[in-house]
Write a protein that binds this ligand. Structure first.
Ligand SMILES: Cc1ncc(COP(=O)(O)O)c(C=O)c1O
Length: 297
């Protein structure tokens, strides 16, 4: 991942990342207590901002964290950060932490949640990886059950995700394929999984242990507009190995073709042009979709 300069909205102003400070007693740091959003800027507009704000607010509500500002105020923070960063293409990380507390895990003494927004330029995968497709490794870490730490909440507690990614890379793969406790596919470390089989586009339901990704939803909408049979279906590893095409989606990663799983090739003749017709048609339609669903700043 490349990161150039970063700017941060914090305490009412936008500063360099080196000047943005959070207390060591913040429960976001001590316990991963908080929620966040990763948001893309395309063509000087913030992509699907109302949907990101809605997911942010519902995640905060789900963990009983009262946001320090209302949604209109948070929208202003995001747009102010985007304006100060002033890039046509960028990535925003909106974070709310439980705030400063004591050394006990109890969040109830934390009365001042902290909110900040980071702007950066990031690329999770290189142009070569996006062209050739990335490799996945099925990792030993399972996504937590819905009644443990519901993966539909985009919480700051991402150790499961980080360890999945670490294991995949230690095993020589680019990215992790994460299963749930039942052994069906949940998602990648921080991205949703899609397969194409016999012309249909399939992705696991979020109750199989994935985030309700905004890129995932955008891809489902684009596919349906293109007349593709796109739907949710529980998937196994074998479904990936016998798929015609596989790709991942996420705000950070965008749309990423997959060419291998656990050392086996995935999809038909990867190297031939036009070998991923549905993935390519979605990638081609994506820029127009982002232009139609942005908030200019
Ligand atoms: C665990 C997880 N799954 C999936 C995604 C993709 O979601 P979105 O498309 O909204 O970025 C993310 C995004 O960071 C994520 O953290």
């Amino acid at each position: 991942m490349s990161s150039k300069r970063m700017r941060v909205w914090i305490d009412g102003q936008v500063v360099d990342a080196s000047e943005a400070k959070i207390s060591v007693l913040d429960h976001g740091l001590l316990y991963g207590d908080g929620v966040f959003e990763g948001i893309r800027i395309y063509g000087h507009s913030v992509f699907r901002l109302p949907d990101h704000l809605k997911r942010f607010a519902s995640g905060a509500r789900a963990i009983g964290l009262t946001l320090p500002v209302d949604l209109a105020g948070i929208e202003k923070i995001v747009l102010e950060t985007a304006r100060a960063f002033d890039e046509d293409e960028a990535y925003l990380r909106l974070v709310v932490t439980r705030g400063e507390g004591n050394l006990g895990v109890d969040p109830t003494p934390c009365h001042n949640p902290r909110i900040f927004c980071i702007a950066a330029c990031i690329d999770i995968f290189s142009a070569e990886q996006l062209q050739a497709g990335i490799s996945l490794a099925t990792v030993s870490f399972r996504r937590p059950a819905l009644d443990a730490l519901d993966p539909r909440v985009k919480s700051l507690n991402y150790l499961n995700n980080a360890l999945a990614k670490q294991e995949a890379k230690l095993r020589g793969a680019d990215e992790a394929l994460v299963l749930n406790a039942s052994g069906t596919i949940a998602e990648a470390s921080v991205a949703n999984v899609f397969v194409v089989r016999d012309g249909a586009l399939l992705t696991p339901p979020t109750t199989d242990g994935s985030l309700d990704g905004i890129t995932r939803d955008s891809v489902l909408r684009i596919a349906r507009d293109l007349g593709i049979d796109a739907r949710e279906q529980s998937l196994s590893r074998i479904d990936l190995l016998r798929a015609d095409e596989v790709f991942l989606t996420g705000s950070g990663a965008r749309i990423v073709p997959v060419s291998g799983l656990d050392g086996q090739p995935v999809g038909w003749d990867d190297t031939a042009p036009g070998s991923r017709p549905i993935t390519c048609s979605i990638i081609e339609a994506y820029p127009a979709f982002t232009r139609a669903h942005g908030t200019p700043f």
